[in-house]
Design a protein around this ligand. Structure first.
Ligand code: CIR
Length: 257
């Protein structure tokens, strides 16, 4: 795998009203969120990718989490049908940008009654694990796998019990290495990988991203950082604490392809 492009979207002031399962963390501070986003973009650029930065969309509080309305594979792009009502329209906002990179026959859609969030999709080479979650349903997964198979790729379903999205708790770092936390530590689906177990008190740190040999790790998760460095990866640390307040992490903030 080698990524050449990354798409991000600047957070709007409405980020403060994003969906959250952890209101006790407080609302994101907008100015700080923008700084963190700038740092994130700088880290991505250091990994040798071209970054396309889309403007903020105030009408969609969670729209900086561009990973959810689209999934991009090496064969084409899939515009999803995001499972949260307040986010569903994000799919129409991201599509024109996706079409700048892919022609008509390489852009497919998940359609109702299927729902799917890109945060539930984890790419491991040509295999895509898809979490069945509160956002992603059986029909969405069926459509998604059908599209993949049409391109000679494959997918499989992973039922989720605890976390919001699949990649909230499990992330592939390439080279057979996988960061796993919580319910994913023992899942048979991932038995074949070199699993790096993330301790419960650093669970949020399981959401790291591999970008062309470098792993970007969220700031404040020393056990995860050391484990990733011990695997031999170059690392970059980015603070995503404002996004954590609305359940967002490193992977959600970009589309990498
Ligand atoms: C949401 O609940 O949809 C946002 N507040 C967070 C989305 C995080 N995205 C991701 O894990 N891919």
């Amino acid at each position: 795998t080698k990524f050449t492009n990354v798409i991000v979207r600047k957070p709007g002031k409405s980020l403060c009203n994003g969906i959250t399962s952890a209101p006790e963390l407080g609302q994101p501070i907008y100015e700080r969120a923008v700084e963190e986003h700038d740092d994130y973009i700088a880290a991505l650029k250091q990994c040798g990718v071209e970054v396309t930065e889309l403007p903020a969309l105030e009408e969609y509080p969670d729209s900086c989490f561009v990973e959810d309305p689209a999934v991009i594979t090496r064969c084409g792009a899939i515009i999803t049908n995001p499972g949260a009502d307040s986010r569903n329209g994000e799919k129409d906002e991201i599509e024109p940008t996706i079409r700048q990179f892919f022609d008509d026959e390489h852009v497919k859609h998940i359609v109702a009654p299927g729902t799917l969030d890109g945060g539930d999709v984890m790419m491991v080479g040509d295999h895509f694990y898809v979490g069945r979650s509160a956002r992603t349903n059986e029909e969405g997964i069926r459509q998604f796998i059908e599209i993949l198979e049409g391109w000679g790729l494959e997918g499989s379903e992973v039922p989720l019990e605890e976390v919001l999205h699949l990649k909230t708790g499990v992330n592939y770092l390439e080279d057979g290495n996988m960061l796993v936390s919580g319910e994913f530590i023992e899942k048979p689906d991932f038995a074949q990988y070199n699993k790096v177990v993330v301790p419960e008190d650093e669970a949020y740190g399981a959401n790291c991203i591999w970008v062309n040999g470098t792993v970007i790790v969220p700031e404040g998760y020393p056990t995860v950082l050391k484990a990733v460095q011990d695997l031999g990866y170059k690392t970059l640390v980015v603070d995503t604490s404002e996004y954590r307040k609305v359940d967002g992490g490193l992977s959600c903030l970009s589309l990498r392809f």
